[in-house]
Unconditional design. Structure first.
Length: 345
């Protein structure tokens, strides 16, 4: 491969010497200042820069730092005839400079250094290509996952329109609370998907039990737990995300340990499960359906606070009641304006 090398030195004799040394094997361009060299970098795809350190107007280290912004993948060598340890060490540690060569140099040693530097350049390019390919694959996988999430929600909606309509509302509420609780981006993404898909767990539960607002008998509870596991098993085949499955499985748990399926207490319950449970309860209270008229926002928040410490985690209730803004007509699912989605599905 015919690599292009940029030589930067304010002494013409040094520039000519280096040009003669490399022009037989490489394409060589040269500049006598950092400013001139930056202009050349905009014109040429340079693989290697060899720069003098002591130059008027801009030192070699200063130039190489700026050159990294223009050509981040090229390899940078610096020639120095004096000791400037602080700048050189900082430049080497930061990766701006690959190696430094002392003046006067030995031609054979410098040629070997250039060969190793160009091998390093190939490694950098290969790594960059790999990163781009990985990014492309991640993008495709993310798109596939998003399509699966939407397909799952559509599947739930075929059985019950109310579940399909609830999914984006519950998702938006949970993400808002997750942001208020300063969850990480990765946790927010998983929380968003779990909230959007939470209805999948009830896809096999009979309607009269899935929408039961009163207490279950022990036999009914056992049956609902069993049928929810069937829905979670189907969801596992589609998403293969243990974090999402865990969040959805434990939505019925209560903070005081009276919930199910495992009677978890307090911090044993995944925080994502508690957030979704609160958002789901709020949505059920404020949206009118065929069986009831939705409560007002104030009434729903008061009911959540009343359940704080028993059904729900007090800290999450406080975050929900203090941080959530309901941009929809009370008693309906109709928004005044479409809310901004903090995590897209």
């Amino acid at each position: 491969m015919n690599y292009k090398i940029l030589i930067v030195d304010d002494e013409p004799s040094n520039t000519r010497t280096l040009e003669r040394m490399f022009k037989e094997h490489y394409d060589v361009v040269s500049a006598q200042s950092g400013a001139e060299a930056l202009e050349l970098l905009n014109l040429y795809d340079v693989a290697l820069i060899i720069s003098d350190q002591r130059m008027p107007g801009m030192t070699g280290v200063e130039f190489l730092k700026r050159s990294a912004e223009v050509r981040p993948h090229c390899v940078r060598l610096i020639l120095t005839g004096y000791t400037d340890a602080a700048d050189l060490v900082e430049a080497l540690n930061s990766g701006v400079v690959y190696k430094f060569v002392t003046k006067p140099w030995v031609n054979g040693d410098l040629l070997q250094t250039v060969k190793r530097s160009l091998s390093h350049y190939e490694t950098i390019k290969a790594q960059h290509r790999l990163n781009l390919e990985n990014e492309r694959i991640r993008g495709r996988l993310t798109g596939l996952e998003e399509s699966l999430v939407k397909a799952c929600t559509a599947l739930v909606g075929l059985r019950n329109e109310q579940w399909r309509e609830r999914a984006p509302r519950v998702r938006d509420l949970t993400v808002t609370v997750g942001k208020a609780l300063e969850l990480s981006s990765a946790s927010l993404s998983a929380l968003s998907r779990a909230a959007y898909l939470h209805g999948m767990a009830d896809v096999f539960v009979p309607r009269e039990l899935a929408f039961r607002k009163g207490q279950f008998t022990e036999n009914e509870k056992a049956y609902v737990i069993s049928t929810r596991e069937q829905g979670l098993a189907m969801l596992k085949d589609l998403t293969d995300s243990e974090e999402i499955l865990l969040a959805i499985r434990h939505i019925p748990e209560h903070h005081d340990g009276t919930g199910w399926p495992h009677g978890l207490v307090g911090m044993q319950i995944p925080i994502s499960s508690q957030i979704i449970a609160i958002a789901k309860a709020y949505d059920e209270m404020t949206v009118s359906d065929s069986d009831s008229v939705g409560r007002s926002e104030a009434e729903a928040l008061a009911e959540l606070r009343a359940a704080s410490g028993r059904r729900f985690d007090p800290a999450i209730v406080d975050a929900f009641c203090g941080g959530v803004a309901i941009d929809r007509v009370p008693g309906t699912g109709i928004p005044f304006e479409a809310p901004e989605l903090l995590v897209a599905v």
